[in-house]
Design a protein around this ligand. Structure first.
Ligand SMILES: C[S@@+](CC[C@H](N)C(=O)[O-])C[C@H]1O[C@@H](n2cnc3c(N)ncnc32)[C@H](O)[C@@H]1O
Ligand code: SF4
Length: 417
């Protein structure tokens, strides 16, 4: 599997050089000139831990959480004060873990961000179904949250049981969502679970849109090597048939595909913390992507707090990109939105996309992965499947390896991917 990712990486970056992440960091981050900059904040606390989940999280403890939030505010100040003026950013997303567990201090966090950043496109936050109550939703809304995403995983008992999740009552959830409306209400599902059928998924999708969602995300189940989930990933052929069928179902229903795995029933509904050209990440495990570098914070809550107390950024690893590596990164994340505009690429890199990747684009068109109209390359159904399939390889070859190490070592020396 890693031979495929190694060869693809070498071909696209025109170099045998691996992606090298080193235990080094800049105390000053060069983000002042970045356009289309997003903010991400990680809250690594959960009431109970799900065995399939790869994210950086620990069991909720009120005292530890308070200490963490104090450090988080400090990290935002350290980075935010580097820019003389308020920096315009598109969005702010809270992910986790379970960020709604810090609802009572959310206003404080958002206001601290607003001291340094002008947020132009709204604030998103992930919720566990337990958090969907009128009281919590109202606190989030009052703090400035405009988009929410709820981790349903499945409305069906057999899959809730397989994933070790509690039952969700759609009627209670729907009533709370109707009482406190948000611009985007997204619901997350995991698909490609054992013996899962098109009918199972169709029911979940219909249930979501009938109970307050105007956006859904259907993620393929990924069997990370370091998680303890007994669930095994589905075969490629079966998975493709499922993905194609649910995509077609959503399109027939008139839902628009806003990214590889997301569909919206209303034009304004969107939820994506990933498709920004650049972003600044705060908190444990949060990543920062700038023009020439990508960095990742430590996964350890204790070490995170210690670094901040010492007046230092909690960066664990940094990669300084070659130009081609940065292009591959750009194309990979932009393609997540199912389209790449050659004008945006040229604006970002100062060279035409066709000059850098003319052969690959020609091949992708020939193989039926993309179509081109007026300089915009759009993924076909086939292209979306293969992107998703390759993304799965990438996740297992790169993210699995990196997160597997970072869960155990707060500051590893070096990771080569
Ligand atoms: C941080 S969680 C969402 C919020 C909340 N913590 C919850 O569990 O409801 C983000 C989402 O990642 C997805 N996810 C987690 N583990 C996954 C896995 N092994 N494969 C695919 N998707 C996964 C789930 O759909 C989950 O809702
Ligand atoms: S899926 Fe959500 S609730 Fe479960 S451990 Fe992961 S972040 Fe926590």
């Amino acid at each position: 599997m890693s031979i495929i990712t190694d060869l693809t990486r070498s071909w696209l970056t025109r170099s045998w050089k691996p992606f090298t992440f080193k235990n080094e960091y800049d105390q000053t981050l060069p983000y002042s000139d970045c356009e289309n900059l997003g903010l991400y904040i990680h809250i690594p606390f959960c009431k109970s831990i799900c065995n399939f989940c790869p994210y950086c999280k620990v069991r909720y403890d009120a005292a530890l959480c308070d200490r963490y939030l104090d450090a988080l505010l400090q990290e935002i100040r350290m980075v935010g004060s580097q820019n003389a003026e308020k920096k315009r950013v598109t969005s702010l997303y809270f992910g986790g873990g379970t960020p709604a567990l810090v609802a009572s201090r959310l206003k404080e966090i958002i206001n601290t961000c607003r001291e340094y950043f002008e947020i132009t496109e709204g604030i998103g936050l992930e919720l566990h179904p337990d958090n969907v109550t009128v009281d919590t939703l109202q606190i989030l809304k009052d703090a400035g949250v405009t988009k929410i995403s709820i981790g349903i995983q499945s409305f069906q008992k057999k899959y809730q049981h397989i994933l070790g999740r509690k039952a969700v009552d759609p009627a209670t959830m729907s009533a709370a969502l109707a009482a406190v409306p948000f611009e985007t209400v997204s619901m997350d599902f995991i698909f490609a679970l054992p013996e899962q059928t098109y009918e199972d998924l169709k029911q979940d999708i219909d249930m979501a849109f009938a109970n307050g969602a105007n956006h859904i995300a259907v993620y393929p189940f990924i069997d990370f090597t370091f998680t303890k989930s007994p669930v095994k990933a589905m075969e490629k052929k079966e998975k493709r048939a499922l993905l194609d069928a649910i995509t077609q179902y959503c399109l027939d229903k008139g839902y628009s595909r806003s990214s590889i795995w997301t569909f919206s029933s209303e034009a304004q509904a969107g939820y994506s913390s990933m498709t920004r050209d650049n972003f600044l990440g705060f908190g444990c495990s949060a990543t920062t992507l700038l023009k020439d570098q990508f960095k990742i914070n430590t996964f350890s809550v204790e070490e995170y707090c210690k670094r901040i107390a010492a007046g230092k950024l909690p960066t664990s690893l940094t990669i300084r990109f070659t130009r081609r590596q940065r292009m591959v990164y750009y194309l990979f994340w932009t393609a997540y939105s199912t389209k790449v505009d050659e004008r945006d690429f040229e604006k970002f890199f100062g060279v035409p996309l066709k000059k850098m990747y003319g052969f690959e684009l020609w091949l992708a068109k020939l193989l039926g992965f993309v179509t081109e109209a007026d300089g915009v390359y759009r993924m076909t159904l086939k292209g979306a499947f293969y992107y998703h399939y390759y993304e799965n390889f990438y996740t297992l070859a790169y993210i699995d390896k990196m997160w597997g190490i970072m869960r155990k070592q707060a500051f590893p020396e070096c990771i080569e991917l």
